[in-house]
Ligand binder design. Structure first.
Ligand code: GLA
Length: 406
């Protein structure tokens, strides 16, 4: 009896450990969709892998390359999924090996229906077979979309659980990203259904905010979600995020500058560098998966400054895994607070307004007591905070401070 109990405890412990090892912190990497759309091929992926391993992105923690929609070439005579032979003539296994040889991981995309969002072959009815195919290639991450599928919750939960189980039987550790755009409140069921991250909104576009205020989040499918629209959906969801399960507010649009393509549709006219820096700040405070989507083979200095900032990435990747809460909201101001594992606290101050301005914050209003040493993670300036602090924040800027107890 004792032996059985010990075995049970061991199994439980290894299960918890395993669950936590998978996406213990928000996944970071590169997603092809916004830059390449479905015109992606193996040479692009190799160039991205070369760039990321050489230009410091991998060192900064961006360790996934993720091939979005458009890689599929249908099924062979045994119903195995195959990549498009023109786009991926060397096959996915060889590409995986190449990406792995650079120290990176490879992600791939499919959909819980007959066809994907861009109309390619998808996985419904072939979950076990496709999961084994992906595992055989050496895939490390699956983004699983929901186009061409019925709208009800039950079907979504069933289809996602089916693929999660198939991945669990595939013989490989594959992170599972649920992508039904928040339409069925996946934060309530995605973790239980085997997902390590779940999209919370319609596709993000390269813009600050939708011109038409959405009456409900699904309106953003038509008006196009900007940075603030997605932020507003994600902000109340902090209780659902934590090690092994993350709210996914979609890709970073940093560095896209309004280019034509998916991120440029629906009013995606581009953002300023201040706004891009705000997105990075807010996504990190809210413990979000960080998926770059601009051209990583040619980034300008401003983009590099935003994406390589170790201090802000450390806040995103903090092992405590808490998504910041909005502790203060007044007119155009929002203050976010994220506790960190070593007792430090990250504080983000967003100015949504069109004017730069000072904001006085009483620390007690954001749930903080004591005296702190505050480091601005962007300017690196250090100041002393106690009782209250007055900050000047530019229009659309987000200042982020790491507070260390004095
Ligand atoms: C959906 C997803 C996007 C992208 C495209 C690909 O719109 O939400 O992130 O994967 O499909 O077709």
């Amino acid at each position: 009896m004792k032996k059985i109990r010990a075995l049970f405890v061991l199994l439980l412990a290894s299960h918890i450990l395993y669950a936590q090892e998978k996406a213990a912190t928000p996944p970071m990497g590169y997603m092809t969709w916004n830059f390449y759309a479905d015109k992606i091929n193996e040479n692009d992926i190799r160039s991205i892998a070369d760039a990321m391993s050489e230009n410091g992105l991998l060192k900064a923690g961006f360790n996934y390359i993720f091939i979005d929609d458009g890689w599929q070439g249908g099924r062979d005579n045994k119903n195995n999924m195959i990549p498009d032979p023109k786009k991926f003539p060397s096959g996915m296994k060889a590409l995986c090996d190449y990406v792995h040889s650079k120290g990176l991981k490879l992600g791939i995309y499919s959909d819980a229906a007959q066809l994907t969002c861009a109309g390619y072959t998808a996985s419904l009815g072939f979950e076990e077979q496709d999961a084994k195919t992906f595992a055989g290639w050496g895939i490390d991450y699956l983004k699983y979309d929901y186009c061409d599928a019925p709208p009800d919750w039950q079907t979504a939960i069933h289809r996602y659980s089916t693929m999660a189980n198939a991945l669990a039987h595939s013989g490989r550790d594959i992170v599972f990203g649920i992508c039904e755009w928040g339409d069925r409140s996946p934060w309530l069921w995605a973790r239980k259904s085997g997902g390590q991250l779940w999209r919370v909104s319609a596709d993000i576009r390269d813009k600050w905010q939708s011109k038409i205020a959405p009456k409900q989040p699904t309106d953003l499918h038509r008006s196009g979600a900007g940075i603030l629209d997605v932020l507003d959906i994600n902000t109340p969801l902090s209780a659902y995020a934590g090690p092994g399960g993350w709210n996914d507010p979609d890709m970073l649009v940093v560095g896209l500058y309004g280019r034509k393509g998916p991120s440029g549709d629906l009013g995606g006219i581009g953002c300023t560098d201040v706004e891009y820096q705000s997105q990075m700040s807010l996504w990190c405070l809210l413990a979000s998966p960080l998926m770059i989507s601009c051209d990583v083979t040619k980034m300008n200095a401003a983009t590099r400054k935003i994406l390589y900032n170790k201090d802000i990435i450390d806040i995103d990747q903090d092992a405590l895994g808490v998504q910041a809460q909005c502790k203060l909201k007044q007119e155009n101001w929002q203050v976010f607070v994220k506790p960190l594992q070593n007792g430090d606290v990250a504080v983000g101050v967003l100015n949504r307004g069109e004017q730069s301005g000072p904001l006085r914050i009483a620390l007690s209003d954001i749930g903080l007591s004591d005296a702190w040493q505050a480091t601005d993670v962007w300017s690196k300036q250090v100041s002393a905070w106690s009782k209250s602090v007055t900050l000047t924040v530019g229009s659309h800027e987000t200042k982020v401070f790491r507070l260390h107890k004095k």
